[in-house]
Design a protein. Structure first.
Length: 239
């Protein structure tokens, strides 16, 4: 990654179960970010489905295959705008549901990563992944992905760094927890530590809004290898 690359985190507010609304929101965000010059566009975790499922049946009703409408549309948009897209989907792999991050570019689907570290109630709906984070050679450098809670396991982030990742793109859904006024979210601090320790860039794209009584950190952040946060234009926010 010898030249400057424009990265956008599109901070959205998916609605659980409202698949058409969520796809439209993602479509608008990708087009808007590309129009502003973004070359790599990161979307939140479970951007197609929402997060706060009532039960396993609702999660399954929201799930899609990797050849379903969401991934197909993201692939078409990546090709149309000549960008790389990373985003989170509720995936039906034919046997299990997975919390999945996909990487797409003008050539289509490049990789799918299934979240290995499931947080809280996620294990009621999803089967954890068993594969290490993928690291791909792209026209923008070596790109890796993982999802949300994975970032809290230093050895997992280290795997991507050891495999040569220059930029780690992480779709996230960070539930807001109480913290003192003026204090940075712990999730953001951990991303800064991950980036600094491993000397790589990290783009963590959070969500926002309130979903079924859960508020979110809305803490999207792009961090450099020194652990310093980007001071560029704010991430797009939709409420």
């Amino acid at each position: 990654m010898s030249e400057a690359v424009a990265v956008a985190c599109c901070q959205l507010a998916p609605r659980v179960g409202e698949l058409e609304h969520n796809r439209a929101q993602c479509r608008e965000a990708i087009a808007s970010a590309a129009a502003q010059g973004a070359q790599i566009i990161v979307l939140p975790e479970l951007a197609n489905s929402g997060y706060v499922f009532a039960d396993a049946d609702e999660a399954r009703a929201c799930a899609e295959t990797l050849h379903g409408p969401t991934v197909n549309e993201w692939s078409a948009l990546a090709r149309e705008h000549r960008v790389l897209v990373v985003g989170g989907v509720c995936e039906d792999d034919g046997a299990q549901l997975r919390n999945t991050s996909v990487i797409l570019d003008a050539d289509g689907l490049r990789a799918a990563y299934r979240k290995a570290h499931l947080w809280d109630r996620e294990s009621l709906f999803f089967e954890p992944g068993a594969e290490r984070p993928p690291v791909l050679d792209t026209e923008y450098g070596r790109i890796a992905t993982m999802i949300c809670y994975d970032l809290e396991f230093p050895e997992w982030v280290r795997l991507a760094a050891l495999d040569g990742a220059e930029l780690l793109c992480a779709p996230t859904n960070w539930p807001r927890e109480p913290r003192p006024d003026g204090e940075r979210p712990a999730e953001v601090v951990r991303v800064q530590a991950d980036a600094s320790t491993n000397r790589m860039f990290i783009a963590a794209c959070d969500r926002c809004g309130c979903e079924r009584g859960v508020d979110w950190v809305a803490g999207s952040v792009i961090v450099g290898p020194t652990g310093t946060r980007s001071r560029g234009r704010p991430s797009r926010t939709s409420r």
